[in-house]
Design a protein around this ligand. Structure first.
Ligand code: FAD
Length: 390
């Protein structure tokens, strides 16, 4: 059976100094009080236009981010590839606000698509819907409530941006993934992304949508998407994740008095996630699968299903992925066993990437088990290296 226990393989790309820094970092972010205080201080500093880079860059940023530019990420991309792990470079500027920022983000994301296509170690490009429209605009489009000309223009900018990115991906033969964010504006994102699949996935999956399996409706959505793809004769690309915005989703549903779109408990999310992946692998002739998870059981189940069905480990329609800076024991052990593995590496200026970093810190605080697991593995590797020196 596949083991994720081998810390020598998991951390062989890390120096002793990298290991110590990672241990210190996870110890700090395991402390909810410290994370809460750090978050308030960071937002205060940003609001007052005080410098924050000096504190963030050598710590959180260095651990979770590839660099400020595509070029700066190259060292990390090469290092990971030495150990058979690929990279996805994600220009992580969040929350489309003003037109200039959105246009700049579009230009940079287009560059990242072409860069990925030329780079042998970068198998996908990626972007976030809210990089090209505000949440309000996407929500209005999802509710079919378009009050004025300005909103119409903003919706058109979003459609044009997604079209440009998918067309560039298609012309350069590089798959592109669209992240998922909040459920209340996902209907419009799904509509646009499905349109892109119909257009660009005629021969294979180039455009990938994201399914957040903590949502109660996503398994039905997947089955329906397959039916439409069969009828329309195109391929589906599906990135599976559990979902990162659970608290926010439940809070909004409670405040507005509609049923929560989220599974009632962790077990139901886990079951739904594994069911979605299993269903897709059973329909691999039509669905390409991207498994974005740090869950050991889900990763293992996928390898077992592949084995059972006689699917080669390096099958190009199945990829495993973890975020850079997290769950190296899964990524590097899978890659060592011959599976397709890629790390999701955000890049961008320190200030712009702060929301991402704060989410990572909070996520690792709230998932106490996961942080504990990271710390235990780092400690195990430290002790292993120490005993070898004797
Ligand atoms: C490569 C990659 C890409 C990603 N892209 C996206 C993206 O586009 N959009 C996005 O939203 N997230 C994205 N994520 C984050 C992802 O959604 C999860 O938040 C994160 O990976 C933790 O889930 P897990 O599968 O790794 O494992 P686990 O640690 O086993 O699961 C934790 C997750 O389970 C769910 N959960 C926890 N408690 C409960 C509960 N009480 N009831 C119901 N459900 C519960 C939540 O979704 C929680 O995040 C991405 C993650 C990766 C690795």
């Amino acid at each position: 059976m596949l083991s994720f226990e081998n810390t020598e393989i998991a951390f062989r790309y890390k120096t002793n100094a990298d290991l110590s820094r990672a241990r210190m970092l996870f110890t700090a972010i395991a402390n909810p009080g410290l994370v809460k205080m750090g978050k308030s201080l960071t937002y205060f500093a940003l609001k007052m236009h005080l410098p924050v880079a000096w504190a963030i860059k050598p710590t959180l940023y260095k651990h979770f981010v590839g660099g400020e530019t595509l070029g700066e990420c190259e060292e990390t991309v090469r290092l990971l590839r030495k150990f058979k792990v690929h990279s996805i470079l994600d220009y992580s500027v969040e929350g489309g606000k003003d037109q200039i920022t959105m246009q700049r983000t579009l230009d940079e994301t287009l560059r990242s698509v072409v860069h990925a296509a030329k780079h042998p170690d970068i198998p996908f490009a990626v972007f976030k819907p809210t990089a090209f429209a505000s949440q309000q605009v996407l929500t209005m489009a999802s509710e079919n409530n378009i009050p004025d000309e300005e909103t119409t223009k903003a919706i058109q900018f979003f459609r044009d941006s997604v079209e440009k990115l998918c067309k560039t991906a298609f012309e350069n033969d590089i798959p592109i993934m669209i992240d998922a964010e909040d459920s209340w504006y996902q209907p419009f994102v799904d509509q646009v992304v499905t349109g892109m699949m119909e257009k660009y996935n005629k021969q294979k999956a180039i455009v990938y949508n994201t399914l957040q399996m903590y949502r109660t409706d996503r398994l039905d959505f997947l089955k329906d998407a397959l039916r439409k793809a069969e009828e329309g004769n195109y391929y589906l690309g599906m990135k599976f994740v559990r979902g990162a915005y659970m608290e926010k989703e439940r809070k909004r549903a409670a405040e507005r008095g509609y049923p929560s779109p989220i599974q009632p408990d962790k077990e139901s999310t886990d079951w739904n996630y594994d069911a979605g992946i299993a269903f897709s692998v059973d329909h691999l002739d039509r669905i390409s699968v991207f498994n974005g998870s740090h869950n050991e059981k889900s990763n293992r189940l996928l390898t077992e299903q592949m084995e059972r069905l006689g699917i080669p480990r390096n099958e190009n329609r199945i990829w495993f992925s973890q975020l850079y800076g997290m769950s190296d024991h899964i990524s590097f052990n899978l890659a060592d066993e011959g599976y397709n593995v890629t790390k999701y590496i955000p890049y961008g200026p320190v200030r712009n990437i702060l929301p991402y970093l704060i989410r990572r810190a909070e996520e690792n605080t709230s998932i106490a088990g996961q942080t504990g697991r990271e710390l235990a593995l780092l400690e195990q590797e430290r002790l292993r290296r120490k005993s070898k020196q004797k």
